[in-house]
Design a protein around this ligand. Sequence first.
Ligand code: ZN
Length: 161
Amino acid sequence: MDVDFEELYQSVILDHSRKPRNFGPLPDPTVTVAGDNPTCGDEIALSLKIDPQADKVAGVGFTGSGCSICMASASLMTLKVKGKTRAEAGALLNDFQGMITGKTPEAEIPKALGDLRLLSGVRKFPQRVKCATLGWHALKGALAQTEGAAKFSVDPKDADL
Ligand code: ZN
């Protein structure tokens, strides 16, 4: 890590862990998925509100507590997935997993990850990878559970179907 990267990493991670974005219970969620990482003591519950017409993540919120990497990663994730379609959120999830597990070579880490790229150094510390991915595992579960959510929305025209 060069000095600038390290400084940016510290400031962004500290900022998001102290003031996590989209933190708190989400009113009227479509789905809530909880997860924990016993090796570190991180516990998170992630809620999504899916707009069934657009198949978009209309709202996102998370609760729980964890170490700074866990909280910052979840906070940054919520900023990224809000307003995305479920497919876009899934693509982001794949990009992040490729980066954090080290499957994606450093030079090929997608720019679309934005500030999440600051977490790329975590790949060198397998114990901390679980901290960084906890919120994302919850996202994966939430996306899977809302698969086909659009099908269950009732359009008044189709009410008799
Ligand atoms: Zn942790």
